[in-house]
Design a protein around this ligand. Structure first.
Ligand SMILES: O=C(O)CCC(=O)C(=O)O
Ligand SMILES: [Fe+2]
Length: 208
């Protein structure tokens, strides 16, 4: 019932003007719950610096990542082979259930990002595994509030939303095909942030 209500509300609130849907589900976790989850993830996830190959050079970003999945998925992204870790973090189970209920989708993996402060962000990109018309990515934000921005690939259209501690957004439909998104850097003092992005990876496919 609760989930149906959320879905009904979310359908009416599309952040994008066209070519995709981004629904803001608002603050889904109570502050205490979000605090506890942030604390557990800070300490129990084996965070690793993200790397990319740019013009033949291996670049290490300040942002840290971890990728959990039900299957040993792997893919190439920015010239670097990424491999999923076995889904063995019990704290993620309940959150996945919640995100599936809220979004009405099923997820077989979760990419986590950790931004130490406002100097760390994520550049413009779209998520390659979610290009299909039925793909859904549900994202939970914890910690410092950050600006999450969208830029249309063909039209002169931009949108943005500030993501707070315990807030969930869902990206679906053509969003990844037509829009880029980014986590903007800021000089505003802002504490560490972790995002949990739940996804459904197609089996054994490689993206280059
Ligand atoms: O940190 C975020 O909220 C967004 C992360 C993101 O875009 C990604 O992991 O692909
Ligand atoms: Fe993304």
């Amino acid at each position: 019932m609760q989930a149906d209500l959320f879905l009904a509300q979310a359908e009416s609130l599309n952040l994008l003007p066209c070519d995709g849907q981004v629904h803001d589900l608002g603050l889904v976790l109570a502050k205490r719950e979000a605090d506890e989850l942030l604390h557990q993830l800070q300490h129990h996830v084996p965070w690793q610096a993200d790397t990319a190959l740019i013009a033949g050079q291996r670049i290490t970003s300040g942002r840290q990542v971890a990728w959990y999945a039900d299957q040993p998925y792997r893919y190439f992204h920015s010239g670097v082979l990424r491999e999923a870790k076995r889904w063995d973090l019990p704290v993620l189970d309940a959150i996945r259930d919640r995100m599936e209920q809220l979004s009405g989708a099923k997820f077989n993996s979760c990419v986590l990002n950790r931004y130490q402060d406002g100097s760390q962000g994520m550049g413009w990109h779209s998520d390659p595994e979610a290009q299909g018309p039925h793909s859904v990515i549900a994202s939970l934000s914890l910690g410092g509030e950050r600006k999450f921005a969208f830029k249309h690939k063909l039209l002169d259209e931009r949108r943005a939303i500030f993501l707070q501690h315990g807030q969930v957004i869902v990206m679906k439909g053509d969003t990844q095909r037509y829009w880029l998104h980014a986590v903007m850097r800021t000089s505003r003092p802002v504490g560490p942030r972790i995002s949990l992005t739940f996804r459904d990876f197609p089996e054994s496919e490689d993206w280059t």
